[in-house]
Design a protein. Structure first.
Length: 350
């Protein structure tokens, strides 16, 4: 039987400075161990822990968020605690910002003095790294939660302001920059084909999109499409972050991926009104650099114009083992492609 009142009461009691400095030693406390050992259903436990995150002691609530992350790693549903954990994270980020703005350097003497005046600033400072680990565990699994977090005003500014103080914030910043729920239109002018690609968990570097899009296009259109060579399965696995083995991680530093297809700026030859590929679109560019045509980010496809290669481990290193990156692909009907090209190449009105 879960002992929620016990864990709730424990989380609500004030922590002292020694407890904060001891970090995960708190997990060994009898109150916490009694709760953990009574768990038979991780989702039920997550539901009960979620209820203690709002209003508890700043340090102990942060450590209970960390326990939520552990339970999610062990198969619990991230959807249950994620909003409460993110709300707690935001409160702790605000307290950490107040602490940093006050000139606290993290030294033991400064903590002693500050704890006497503003104990929650110190409690949040010590708990925040563990809250961030829990947040990463959940955000890596929950695209909708990532979108909700991006919509919170001020989060990105807090992350930027505090990144030098908390190493884990680098990973949170990268999660905030992931491309989720966005579409890219690819037009193959020579073959009069069009493809709508939906992006989920894609890093904001076009090299990552290229790796995923090449694989999706070649699986859909068949081997040799646009004279492309086959994709490297190891590079595709790494780009997707799916099914990576210990060997994959060990050899990631030496892995290279290659440009198999050409991605170009859309162009029109005047006065003929002919759709043509423009300049090569660089893999180092961010997603927002893609030209938007009729409200949709759009690139032209063709045979590659030169050979390019990149290091996946450098361009889009794995952020979290649970964060899968993918693109969906839908080929447009030929009549839609022809209508799009006709509109795109239409002479500009006076």
């Amino acid at each position: 039987m879960l002992r929620t009142p016990g864990i709730a009461a424990f989380t609500g009691q004030p922590s002292d400075l020694a407890e904060c400095r001891a970090g995960t030693d708190l997990i060994g406390r009898p109150e916490v161990q009694e709760f953990l050992q009574s768990i038979t259903d991780p989702d039920a436990a997550l539901g009960e822990l979620t209820g203690v995150l709002d209003g508890g002691d700043a340090f102990r609530a942060g450590m209970m968020a960390f326990v939520c992350g552990v339970l999610v790693e062990r198969g619990g549903s991230a959807a249950i605690p994620v909003d409460a954990v993110l709300a707690l994270m935001e409160r702790h980020l605000l307290l950490a910002k107040e602490r940093a703005d006050g000139g606290a350097d993290g030294g033991a003497g400064a903590d002693d003095e500050l704890f006497e005046r503003s104990p929650d600033l110190v409690r949040a400072h010590h708990a925040l790294p563990f809250v961030l680990l829990a947040a990463m565990t959940m955000l890596s699994r929950d695209e909708a939660a990532r979108r909700r977090l991006r919509a919170r005003p001020g989060i990105a500014a807090l992350v930027d302001a505090l990144q030098k103080h908390y190493e884990t914030l680098y990973y949170l910043r990268e999660v905030l920059s992931l491309v989720d729920g966005r579409d890219v239109l690819l037009i193959d002018v020579r073959n009069r084909r069009g493809f709508a690609l939906g992006l989920t968990g894609v890093r904001d570097r076009m090299y990552h999109f290229f790796a995923l899009a090449q694989d999706a296009l070649l699986r859909h259109a068949g081997p040799g499409y646009l004279d492309a060579e086959p994709a490297d399965p190891a590079a595709v696995r790494y780009a997707r972050n799916r099914g990576l083995t210990a060997d994959d991680h060990r050899t990631a530093a030496d892995l290279l991926d290659h440009q198999l297809l050409g991605f170009f700026y859309p162009g029109v030859k005047r006065p003929a009104g002919e759709a043509v590929t423009g300049l090569f679109f660089p893999g180092s560019a961010p997603f927002e650099a893609i030209p938007v045509i009729a409200g949709v980010p759009t690139l032209f496809l063709a045979e590659r114009s030169f050979h390019a290669q990149w290091s996946p481990g450098n361009m889009y290193p794995v952020l979290h083992e649970a964060l899968e990156s993918r693109v969906s692909l839908r080929e447009l009907p030929s009549e839609d492609v022809e209508a799009w090209l006709a509109e795109f190449t239409k002479p500009p009105s006076d």
